[in-house]
Design a protein around this ligand. Structure first.
Ligand SMILES: Cc1cc2nc3c(=O)[nH]c(=O)nc-3n(C[C@H](O)[C@H](O)[C@H](O)COP(=O)(O)OP(=O)(O)OC[C@H]3O[C@@H](n4cnc5c(N)ncnc54)[C@H](O)[C@@H]3O)c2cc1C
Length: 416
């Protein structure tokens, strides 16, 4: 049987700065001409407390566009494409067996499901050569000035240890990769288009303007396309790498000046980085009711209460506006996410994992480590020295939506 190389791309859907992709295609170029097999993963349905959480149409459509765009860029290569569900260890294992895969290429994904699937494959195919590369994070394990088992317990301690690291520069794409297209139009719902081209266009537009020079002051806004960077959906599907974002930020700082405002974008990227290493360090605990703590929270699950929260019918107008925005667009601001999570856990006293599962289903920018890590943090079972975060919803609404414009806009909208 001919031997084959398999690249398990998962959520890292770009040609530029993609170490596993580059290695797989370069190695194959030197071999006997057998095609490279690339596996992309579609979102999976999750079951929590007897309820199915199916990924929204918006998230699925965005992911499909990301895959289609990457295929276009790689038309010059001899590739067999495969699509499996993201939790389908059996499908991956069958592919490895049937194709006689000897070498598996993969960018490091930190969440427990992916780590476990890789471990299962290694056990089942002891001679499988698994080559793991850095792609989704700024840091390689070897860049960190501590062992992952000794990950600092808080974000502040983590940030102090890593923020002065001299990060790598992004990699070029494999030669023969085509120019950046196709270009999907921006969608009616306001949803951004999937794929590397849309991502890179937005990245350069954002930094060509002066929005980054006000980022720290505007980052808590509830809406808008320039108040925050809006990089998250492309980072989550890997259309952008964090190294590319950092490089663009440094370039902007060289052109327009570095300040506390621009530093704060780096600061937020370090939050993402922190949650990725937290996910890897704590494995299954990321999804456990008691999280990283010894005691479970005192919350329950009432299907009706939860459903009202999902549909934006809680009676807390700032929360309802944010939840309807999420249903309609697949996005919610960071401030909004904090408020609706606080409401679910503290006002409605519901199990935080359901909120995280609902976000997993609805968010176009869903990223396992960032989502579940932030939820734990807000529910008081994660890496937060303060124990829990309960927001005064009335006060927050006054502070972040003083004229009520955001609430009027979204309270008048019902889910499509
Ligand atoms: C309950 C909850 C759930 C969340 N779920 C997700 C998720 O599934 N996917 C996701 O990408 N982010 C998640 N976040 C983090 C954050 O809300 C989004 O990254 C941010 O709102 C995306 O908009 P932006 O790209 O304009 O962010 P910006 O404010 O412009 O930040 C720049 C980048 O920094 C990163 N970032 C910023 N804040 C955080 C944070 N708190 N944690 C991790 N990374 C951060 C993101 O990659 C973001 O694109 C969650 C936050 C909360 C409170």
């Amino acid at each position: 049987m001919k031997t084959a190389a398999l690249l398990w791309l998962g959520q890292d859907l770009r040609a530029d700065d993609n170490p596993a992709l580059r290695a797989a295609l370069c190695d194959a170029g030197n071999s006997d001409g057998t095609p490279v097999h690339i596996v992309t993963t579609g979102p999976a349905v999750r079951r929590w407390l007897g309820r199915d959480f199916e990924p929204s149409r918006l998230r699925q459509a965005f992911t499909r566009e990301c895959v289609a765009a990457l295929k276009e860029r790689l038309t010059a290569f001899d590739i067999c494409w495969h699509q499996i569900r993201e939790d389908d260890a059996e499908a991956l294992s069958s592919l490895v067996g049937e194709l006689g895969v000897q070498t598996l290429y993969r960018n490091f994904h930190p969440a427990t499901e992916e780590v476990n699937i890789l471990d299962t494959l290694k056990k089942k195919f002891p001679s499988l050569d698994c080559r793991i590369y850095p792609g989704l994070q700024l840091a390689r394990k070897s860049d960190l000035p501590f062992a992952v088992a000794s990950l600092p317990a808080t974000f502040s301690a983590f940030r102090r240890k890593v923020e002065n690291i001299n990060w790598r520069v992004p990699l070029d794409p494999p030669t023969a990769t085509s120019a950046l297209y196709p270009v999907f139009p921006r969608h009616e719902s306001g949803r951004p288009a999937g794929g590397e081209h849309a991502a890179r266009t937005h990245l350069s537009d954002y930094f060509a303007g002066d929005a980054a020079q006000r980022y720290k002051d505007t980052r808590n806004a509830l809406g808008g396309w320039r108040e925050t960077t809006r990089f998250s959906c492309w980072l989550a599907r890997g259309c952008l790498s964090p190294l590319q974002v950092l490089q663009a930020l440094r370039h902007h700082e060289a052109e327009q000046g570095a300040s506390e405002q621009t530093y704060w974008i780096y600061f937020e990227l370090l939050w993402r980085e922190f949650f990725h290493w937290v996910a890897y360090r704590y494995g299954d605990h990321l999804f456990a009711f008691r999280g990283l703590k010894s005691e479970p929270p005192k919350t329950a699950y009432d299907p009706e209460t939860f459903e009202r929260w999902c549909q934006g019918e809680t009676g807390y107008d700032i929360v309802d506006a944010c939840m309807r925005q999420l249903l309609r667009t697949g996005h919610m601001s960071n401030r909004g996410r904090q408020l609706v999570a606080s409401c679910l856990v503290h006002e409605l006293q519901q199990d935080w994992r359901l909120g995280a599962a609902w976000f997993e289903q609805q968010l176009i920018d869903y990223d396992p480590a960032s989502n579940w890590g932030n939820w734990q943090y807000l529910a008081g079972v994660g890496c937060d020295p303060r124990g829990h975060r309960r927001f005064n919803l009335e006060k927050q609404a006054q502070q972040y939506d003083p004229e009520g414009e955001f609430r009027r806009r979204w309270l008048n909208v019902h889910a499509a």
